[in-house]
Design a protein around this ligand. Structure first.
Ligand SMILES: [Fe+2]
Length: 336
């Protein structure tokens, strides 16, 4: 089957140009740090340089005139991609760290710092790192997965950092529920395996789609299932059924708005539920300014009415616990 590719590109005079929808260009205008092209017709384009003028206004004017896309040449496209990913992960990276790629020790240090910053116990990072050690040892022995994993680290380091952070949150949740340590290892495995099939291009299409799921790449949409199939086929002996299911379900959401299966409430497994809560919390941290003093509202707004299913009761209660927010026996908030 031909792979659908939602990143639109065109070739002019032997050069490849990548389309960015005008709405997205306006939305992320502060992340455009290079010149770009405006297509005039099938074979002509004009380059617009970034000058002192207000880019957002300029792009909005183009939009009003009916322009549908701007075009990036390869180098400009890579600049934009880096800027936007840094922007989305500003929680972990500072702008001045642009273009820098971290070694594994630096990644782990960064996540350890972030864990303490949000108010979790530092000991969670100790357990997380132990699990990651074991995971690295295991994946190195997988000729099927190791190349994909290395590529993911290279192309999507920001996402890797996010996944490591989410794995620590998951471990903290499991510990708050008194789950045994081997389940923490499973959380690490599922968190770190879930996304490794995704390329930089898949993430770009996701951003360019601006919420329109039909414009995602097939690989983006199906990555949870594709990965679970690979694990089943090649690692059914060493990776547990629970982990494979958690990989398969990690992008689902109990109200049915997740993907790729749109699973609802009770059809989501317990380990998956922990990972979904950890990921939702992490994504919210990345997307917003978090202040520890405001954690009550932050967590409350995040969880409110979206996880009212029995299998999410314990994970949501655990999130309040690890964030030091008091609840009663049934996990309801005690108003301060
Ligand atoms: Fe994912």
């Amino acid at each position: 089957m031909a792979k659908m590719d939602s990143v639109k590109q065109m070739n002019i005079d032997g050069e490849t140009y990548t389309f960015l929808p005008i709405d997205v260009a306006v939305k992320y205008s502060d992340k455009i740090h290079s010149g770009f092209f405006v297509p005039l017709n099938e074979s002509k384009r004009v380059r617009i340089e970034i000058d002192e003028g207000n880019l957002k206004e300029k792009l909005s004017t183009y939009k009003e005139k009916g322009l549908k896309n701007i075009l990036f040449a390869d180098e400009d496209y890579n600049l934009f991609l880096r800027a936007i990913k840094r922007g989305l992960t500003g929680f972990f990276f500072k702008e001045d760290e642009n273009n820098k790629s971290l070694n594994m020790q630096q990644v782990l240090f960064l996540v350890r710092k972030s864990i303490i910053y949000v108010g979790l116990q530092e000991s969670v990072a100790d357990r997380g790192e132990e699990n990651i050690d074991k995971f690295f040892h295991w994946i190195k022995g997988s000729p099927k997965l190791h190349p994909a994993f290395k590529n993911f680290l290279k192309e999507n380091q920001e996402q890797f950092v996010i996944n490591v952070f989410a794995s620590y949150v998951g471990i903290a949740l499991a510990e708050a529920l008194n789950w045994p340590p081997h389940l923490g290892e499973k959380i690490t495995q599922a968190s770190l395996l879930g996304d490794i099939l995704l390329t930089e291009k898949d993430y770009f299409a996701f951003i360019a789609a601006n919420g329109d799921h039909s414009k995602w790449t097939e690989n983006f949409r199906n990555h949870p299932i594709n990965m679970s199939k690979i694990l089943q086929k090649h690692h059914g002996q060493t990776i547990s059924r629970e982990v494979i299911r958690a990989v398969e379900q990690h992008q689902e959401f109990p109200d049915g708005t997740g993907y790729p299966q749109g699973l609802k409430g009770l059809s989501i497994d317990q380990l998956s539920a922990i990972i979904i809560i950890a990921r939702t919390f992490t994504d919210a941290l990345v997307a917003s300014d978090f202040a520890y003093d405001n954690r009550y509202d932050f967590v409350n707004e995040l969880l409110e009415d979206r996880f009212n299913y029995n299998n999410f009761k314990n994970p949501t209660k655990a999130l309040y616990t690890i964030m030091g927010i008091p609840t009663n026996e049934s996990g309801e908030l005690i108003k301060e």
